[in-house]
Ligand binder design. Sequence first.
Ligand SMILES: [Zn+2]
Ligand SMILES: [Zn+2]
Length: 264
Amino acid sequence: MESPSPATGVAFLASGSRGNATLAYHDGRGVLIDCGISAREVRRRIAETGLGSIEIEAVLITHEHGDHVAGVRVLTRTLGIPVFATRGTAGALREQLSDVPEIVTVRAGESFRTSTFGVLPFRTSHDVAEPVGYAIESVVGHRVGIATDTGVLTAEAIEAIGGCDLLGLEANHDLDMLERGPYPRFLKDRIRSDRGHLSNACAARGLELLGSDRLRTIVAMHISEQNNLPRLAMASVGAQARSLGLAADVLVARQTEAIVCEIV
Ligand SMILES: [Zn+2]
Ligand SMILES: [Zn+2]
């Protein structure tokens, strides 16, 4: 007998500088936040999760970096589904996305709907045209917040994703590892700038503003392979969650395999 698929949750299909794709799903339908791995790899990883068939109804893009968009064109053309992106992101990807089925322009702070989900894009801070993160709500009111590739947590981010059931939060680097690591100075400065990436310490501090009684799962995202270790991200975020008295599990999204977080 086939086991029933989980009703609502998030599958972190891939996370890190070699490709990002996150699937928020409800009752067999889903939206993909970013598609920086190939369409074939998206299908393979969804199959590996054991979630069964999920009908992807849209791809929501956070920004134009290749690790977030490499597979968007093929996936959306294959499935005949729209791409949602800010005007700045869509402009930066004009040639790459010239023949996708549909591009829907979104604005930070203005919510919209796909067939199954309510979505609120919020401003992030990154060295690209017009980056956003997404707060996603299922038809039964489960709330998910995804904030990655952001040098700081903006006031809009905190407003949008405070009070979520599940939070996907960037924990890109450990500050000491970054400082001692092999990157050239300009790249180190870029990564830790306000328009770079969120450190373990900043992600942990962010929980002071983002944590709530409702928060059940925190997933550390976009872990650097050069400048961080999963256990350091987990320790930093986990210690903060405990000190705040949050009853949330802390997990780490992976570059090479999917993890699934069901919301119950
Ligand atoms: Zn990235
Ligand atoms: Zn980026």
